[in-house]
Each structure stands twice: as structure tokens, then as C-alpha cells.
Design a protein. Structure first.
Length: 364
């Protein structure tokens, strides 16, 4: 494991002319959608991204009377779905169902380094999820301390499943290992559901994922949760305690809660009137009581962001990931682009850098 992990760096009179130009766009928005909309989800069915985006799409359809279908295109930590949607017309009929502002595809070189995602996509965020590690109830690991002890005794031998090489649960596991001063073996799968099943079936020592992906198996008595990245312990209805990682690694406390974000993304060159229709539908759906109840029941956190606020968060998250992945590139298992190659600052320089030169927030 490389040394020098910087914990602080991680933290942290034209009226008529105008009318003639805008009328076609207004007409397009009024007729949108004239056919079914497809939400292309970047991970496999059954994982956190899939279940949340499906629910959100359903709420959008109910709110607006739209016909919305779902297509899963997993692979390359979102790269397959991103490339597909990027190749479709910018007409609002293909929406990317994403996680973590799709930050990994550029960092790992699955899409061109330029343009930056906040120049290419309109981001819409619906919520967050905290990470967890779980094991089958017959696992020898009773606590997180057991994992730490075993990993120190056998560096690189204890295996953790992830939702993909360089994905969010890989990133979370890497951070925990860095703060615990241990080295693990990361086993990638194409989404949270396959990663969860790998842990349950004993393909790996530990199932990495989110609380929302493990909670029903915990309630069913099949999983024991060793840690979760919320700010405090979670106590279930039957008294079962899901311990915060900060109990054993208190230096992580300033960074909690940490985990995944869930987003929809639309091509930024989509006509603004249609972009506005999609954004309004998204915000209405994401703030609906049914969607809020859905999140709460699965330990997601409700957090809606659009516009410049979402763009800024997307950029900040990418800056942190680039810094972390380059520090531990030997444990990523994939090529990682540098901050210079991506035109990004270091984490400590983000406040001064944002907004980057040439950035224009969408005026919808």
C-alpha cells in the first residue's frame, strides 16, 4: 500500500426575432414526449442504482402521464450505458440512469477526457446511499476488527466484492482500507446485486455494497453487517445494531456519511425547452411523498440537486476520486487518468478553481 494518504485533501428591438427563434423550441416542448422515453441504467437489475432509478422513472411517469421504459446496459462502471446514450439524438428520449454523477467513466478512460461531464450533461440528483460491508452469518468474521486483524496477518488475501472496478463500492472499500492501514483484494461485478450475491454465496469473504442492498438479507438472518458509513449506529426494529465504521476507525468520522449518489443525466445539447420539461418532471417526482417513503424504507437519503449546484458537486466528487485513485493506482486494477490529463485541480484547490473557465450554467 502506498504511503502519504492526505486525509485533509480528501476533505473537503429583438422581440420579434426572439419570438421567431423560440417558437419551434416551444412547440417541441409542448409536443414532448411524442413517443416513449427510455431510461438507460448503467448497472445491472436489482442493485441500488437500478431500484432507485426505476422508482424515480415510475414517479415521473405517474406525475406527467408519460410512457417511460427501462433498459439496463451494465459494464465498464457505466461506460457502456454512457457511450450508448451519447450516441443517440439529443432529443430527450434517452435519459441516462446513473450513479455518482458518472464520475468513474472519465477517470478510468472509458470516455474521452474532453469535454468535461458538466459541459456535456445536465445533472439531476435524487438521493444518496451509505456503504456497508456484510458477511454470511456463518462467516468467521464477527466484527470489522476481525477483518482488520485478518488483513494485517494476510495482506491482500481478504476479498471484498465491488460493483465494478473503480466503482463507488470499490472506492469506499479502498478508503476504509487506507484509513485502517490494511490491504484487501477487490473483486469486481457488474452492479450491486451481483456483488451482494457473491458475498452471500461465498465467492468473496465480504460483500461490499450499500446498506440498501444488504438490509433485507440482514433482516432475514442471512447477512451480518460489519460496518456502515453513516455517522452513527443504525438500530433495527428487532434491536439489531448496524455499527458505524467510525466506532473502530474514528479518523473517518469527519468524512461521514459517505457513499453513493443517484442521478439522471440528459445530454446538455438537448433543446432547452425539453431539458426544462425533464428537469421539472424529475424534481416533482424526486420530491413526491411516495418517492421519499421509498428512500426512507431502504435507508437512502433524500437529496435533490439540479443546475449549478449539481454540476459543482459532480466536479468536486470527481476531483476527490482522481486524487484517491492516483494515490492507490496499483490497487485499482485499471488505468487511471491524472488530474492534469482531465483538466482538474487537486482537492485543496477546488474552491478557487470552481467554476472552471468557460463553464456556463444552464438557463432553463
Amino acid at each position: 500500500m502506498k504511503n502519504g494518504f492526505d486525509r485533509r485533501a480528501f476533505l473537503g428591438g429583438a422581440g420579434m426575432a426572439t419570438l421567431s427563434i423560440t417558437l419551434p423550441g416551444i412547440a417541441a416542448a409542448q409536443s414532448y414526449p411524442a413517443r416513449p422515453i427510455t431510461v438507460v441504467i448503467m448497472y445491472a437489475a436489482g442493485g441500488g442504482t437500478d431500484v432507485l432509478i426505476r422508482k424515480l422513472a415510475d414517479e415521473m411517469a405517474k406525475a406527467r402521464g408519460w410512457n417511460v421504459s427501462i433498459a439496463n446496459r451494465p459494464g465498464a462502471v457505466g461506460g457502456i450505458a454512457t457511450q450508448y446514450v451519447s450516441a443517440q439524438p439529443a432529443d430527450g428520449y434517452n435519459i441516462l440512469g446513473a450513479a455518482n454523477y458518472n464520475k468513474f467513466v472519465r477517470v478510468l478512460g472509458h470516455v474521452p477526457a474532453s469535454p468535461a461531464p458538466w459541459e456535456q450533461w445536465a445533472f439531476m440528483k435524487a438521493g444518496n446511499a451509505i456503504a456497508s460491508w456484510s458477511v454470511p452469518v456463518d462467516s468467521p468474521f464477527q466484527t470489522l476488527q476481525d477483518v482488520i486483524d485478518a488483513a494485517r496477518e494476510k495482506p491482500g488475501r481478504i476479498s471484498v466484492s465491488t460493483s465494478g472496478t473503480g466503482g463507488i463500492w470499490h472506492e469506499m472499500a479502498l478508503l476504509i482500507a487506507a484509513f485502517a492501514n490494511i490491504e484487501l483484494r477487490y473483486v469486481p461485478y457488474q452492479g450491486g446485486q451481483p456483488a451482494t450475491l457473491a458475498g452471500l454465496q461465498g465467492e468473496v469473504d465480504i460483500a461490499g455494497g450499500g446498506v440498501h442492498e444488504h438490509i433485507e438479507l440482514v433482516r432475514a438472518g442471512q447477512f451480518r453487517m460489519l460496518q456502515q458509513t453513516g455517522t452513527e449506529d443504525i438500530v433495527l426494529e428487532d434491536g439489531t445494531v448496524l455499527p458505524t465504521v467510525a466506532n473502530l476507525i474514528p479518523d473517518l468520522a469527519p468524512f461521514l456519511p459517505m457513499g453513493a449518489t443517484y442521478n439522471m443525466m440528459v445530454r446538455r445539447d438537448t433543446p432547452p425547452e425539453i431539458l426544462g420539461e425533464i428537469r421539472n418532471a424529475f424534481v416533482e417526482a424526486a420530491n413526491s411523498q411516495d418517492f421519499r417513503d421509498f428512500l426512507a424504507a431502504r435507508f437512502f437519503q433524500h437529496d435533490v440537486k439540479v443546475g449549478e449546484e449539481a454540476d459543482r458537486e459532480a466536479a468536486r466528487m470527481e476531483v476527490v476520486t482522481v486524487d484517491l485513485f492516483n494515490r492507490y493506482a496499483d490497487q485499482i486494477g485499471s488505468d487511471v487518468l491524472s488530474a492534469d490529463e482531465l483538466g482538474l485541480p487537486g482537492p485543496n484547490g477546488f474552491k478557487e478553481w470552481w467554476p472552471p473557465q468557460g463553464y456556463m450554467p444552464l438557463d432553463l
